[in-house]
Design a protein around this ligand. Structure first.
Ligand code: URA
Length: 473
């Protein structure tokens, strides 16, 4: 068994040198007893059977990772590191393989050490020392890192505070900077010195503390309580936490009462613009319907096609549902069926602009076929959901007569959509007394293949239009 005693200052460098020597001598990790001791060691105090030398071949990442892990306080780190160096060099182990017990443990140590280094960078607090040498101010700090990482932080502090003299004492080593960095073994804790920088830290911390974002758990994981005892601002923390709810309330009140007037005016204007449309007016109902999701048709359709015409219209014409063209344009009866309707209206002396034109269902329902969208007749479910809007239109317009085009309109208005070809032209009464004239749908007329049948259907629709106009007078 060999015993290797590493120095307190320069531990990691000494360990690396020792591992190189042990590898060259072919000494196995289990034959080495490591310790960190008083003096720079007699590296090979004991004897062990020499074995086959190992040529060290490690990637930079593995070298750095293992060296960082050597800053952990776990006493097993040195032999684990030795085993990893040999195993990786011989290709038996792979740095990065967390499933291997040796590598996995070292990688976890590396992570912990990096965190400890980060904490030391963040939480060292200097106090100004009374004796000033050669015009340079000097500062001292006492810090207790969770792992013996102090040496690894020297470069950071030398860079950051290169314009002053300072010393950072930790339980193991002290970093001293007077233009040049050196590391010495700590011989005892330096006496506490109070100075103005304490107040500075306290003021800084109290002002960056945001009570509205208080999360004591996260705060403690960022600034673990073990570091508090050497931080001048730490004694503020419990009081700040206790006072957080009241401070948040005060912040809220300040925000409300001290907001600049221009902002308040803008905020008020934005609130005023957020008026809910009034369903008791036609434009308001149209605005509400524009966001309708009462049935599944709203998904694929481009938009709601709301009714069109004057609120005082005496005749209301109700069709089935918007077609492809209406869906794109956003107006009812602007496609082929609408053209026939316009034609017939002109023939019987009707004015489209005096009539309220709408549909029983307000969204276009279709089945895609290649680039085409094939019209699908609305289902009873679509009709039932959309009756909500038709009823609002009826209530607001109060037409004297409603002309229903096709079975869907008849179903929406009377609850019965059957036998429209038989019912067409026969006046009915709706529950509220409104005259209802069922008729044929212009699209039905256009689709009839037989010329004679089409002419007859066209004539019936024309007659019904004329009758409806006559009824409203
Ligand atoms: N068919 C209808 O029923 N309504 C329209 O708006 C267009 C075609």
């Amino acid at each position: 068994m060999r015993q290797v005693v590493l120095p307190v200052v320069g531990t990691v460098e000494a360990w690396r040198a020792a591992v190189r020597g042990l590898a060259a001598a072919g000494v196995a990790p289990e034959d080495v007893l490591w310790s960190v001791g008083e003096a720079a060691a007699d590296l090979f105090a004991g004897k062990a059977e020499p074995g086959v030398p190992v040529e060290l071949r490690l990637s930079r990442v593995a070298t750095e990772g293992i060296a960082t892990a050597m800053l952990h306080k776990d006493p097993a780190r040195f032999w684990l590191g030795h085993a990893a160096v040999l195993g990786v060099s011989q290709g038996r182990l792979r740095w990065g393989d967390r499933s291997d017990p040796v590598i996995g443990r070292l990688m976890a140590m590396e992570k912990t050490v990096r965190r400890a280094i980060h904490k030391m960078h963040a939480f060292v607090r200097f106090r100004e020392l009374p004796e000033v040498q050669a015009g340079r101010r000097s500062f001292g700090a006492w810090f207790e890192p969770e792992h013996p990482v102090a040496e690894a932080t020297g470069g950071f502090f030398a860079n950051r505070f290169g314009d002053m003299d300072w010393a950072i004492a930790t339980p193991e080593v002290t970093l001293i900077f007077d233009g040049k960095l050196r590391v010495e073994r700590t011989l005892g804790r330096p006496p506490q010195v109070e100075d103005g920088t304490e107040g500075l830290w306290r003021t800084y911390f109290a002002s960056i503390f945001n009570p509205a974002r208080l999360n004591p758990k996260a705060m403690q994981s960022e600034m673990p309580a073990r570091y508090w005892k050497n931080m001048p601002e730490a004694d503020l923390i419990p009081a700040l936490i206790r006072g957080a709810p009241a401070a948040v309330q005060a912040m809220r009140e300040r925000t409300l009462s001290e907001a600049p007037p221009a902002y308040r005016a803008r905020a008020q204007a934005a609130r005023d613009a957020l008026t809910v449309p009034d369903a008791e007016t036609l434009p308001g109902a149209a605005a509400l319907a524009a966001g309708c999701t009462r049935c599944a048709l709203h998904g694929p359709a481009t938009q709601v096609v709301w009714g069109e015409g004057p609120q005082e219209a005496r005749l209301m014409i109700v069709g089935e549902a918007p077609g492809d063209r209406e869906d794109l344009v956003g107006r009812p009866f602007v496609g082929p069926a609408g053209q026939l309707l316009d034609e017939l209206l002109a023939e019987v002396g009707g004015e489209r602009s005096a009539i309220y034109l709408t549909n029983a269902v307000k969204h276009f329902g279709y089945r895609p076929q290649g680039k085409r969208r094939l019209h699908m007749r609305p289902t009873r479910d679509h009709i039932d959901h959309c009756r909500w809007w038709v009823d609002i239109e009826r209530r607001l317009i109060r037409p004297k007569v409603i002309l229903g085009l096709g079975a869907t309109a008849a179903e929406a208005l009377t609850g019965r959509g059957e036998r429209v070809t038989e019912r067409a032209g026969n006046l009915e009464r709706l529950a509220d007394g409104t005259a209802f004239l069922p008729s044929l749908h212009p699209a039905y007329v256009l689709r009839l293949p037989d010329m004679e049948a089409r002419a007859a259907a066209r004539a019936r629709l024309r007659e019904d239009l004329a009758a409806a106009l006559a009824l409203v007078g």
